[in-house]
Design a protein around this ligand. Structure first.
Ligand SMILES: Cc1cc2nc3c(=O)[nH]c(=O)nc-3n(C[C@H](O)[C@H](O)[C@H](O)COP(=O)(O)OP(=O)(O)OC[C@H]3O[C@@H](n4cnc5c(N)ncnc54)[C@H](O)[C@@H]3O)c2cc1C
Length: 175
């Protein structure tokens, strides 16, 4: 994976990238769009400015995306039919193409060409996402995770990240 297209910012620590709203974190595409539309004088009452909300950072989008894909992989058909595999590939192409961070998207295209997606079974798919996630983390100088199928499927089915304890999800989901 060529570092020339890496969207990691020079001098930006992995920790800062992991914090989600670090002051020196470059804005994601969504932030860019929001800022340019907010700079026009006619902001609507529902704009993020008036609601006090801010657009998600690149790290927040990334964490949400990773949670989604690992959960999806754990629910992928165990033995997918050719049509299901084709749907998976179509979804993946769209996910990469429309990912709301252009440089991340370009980077991930390289990951996919270096490590071609494996959609032949649930096990293959879950392991591929783990390995692909590690490629991205490696490129960002972040620590890598061991890809253990049983753990990936257990955590993925519960929508849990690998470093999340069970009660963390229960605590946030209970009223
Ligand atoms: C497709 C894609 C491409 C991206 N490209 C870039 C980029 O080019 N530049 C950039 O700055 N950011 C990029 N991001 C965002 C980046 O990957 C992180 O989401 C962000 O840096 C926040 O990192 P984090 O430390 O919170 O953990 P994340 O990498 O977001 O991981 C979230 C959680 O997933 C679990 N986890 C970690 N590794 C694995 C694994 N291998 N398998 C399963 N679970 C795991 C851990 O519990 C971890 O806390 C990309 C995100 C996606 C989805």
């Amino acid at each position: 994976m060529g570092s020339s297209v890496s969207s990691k910012q020079p001098g930006q620590s992995s920790q800062a990238q992991g914090q989600g709203g670090a002051p020196d974190e470059p804005p994601c595409l969504a932030c860019d769009i929001s800022q340019s539309s907010n700079s026009s004088s006619n902001s609507s009452p529902n704009s993020s400015k008036s609601s006090g909300l801010r657009p998600p950072s690149r790290a927040e989008i990334g964490r949400a995306a990773w949670r989604y894909v690992h959960t999806m992989a754990a629910e992928y058909p165990e033995e997918p039919k050719p049509r299901e595999q084709a749907s998976g590939l179509f979804w993946l192409r769209s996910f990469v193409k429309l990912y709301p961070c252009h440089l991340c998207s370009q980077e991930f295209i390289e990951v996919c060409s270096d490590l071609p997606p494996r959609l032949g079974s649930r096990a293959d798919y879950a392991m591929w996402w783990c390995e692909a996630h590690n490629r991205v983390r490696n490129d960002l100088s972040q620590s890598l995770q061991r890809c253990e199928l049983g753990k990936l499927l257990d955590f993925g089915r519960e929508g849990r990240m690998l470093d999340e304890a069970k009660q963390a999800i229960c605590a946030t989901s209970s009223p």
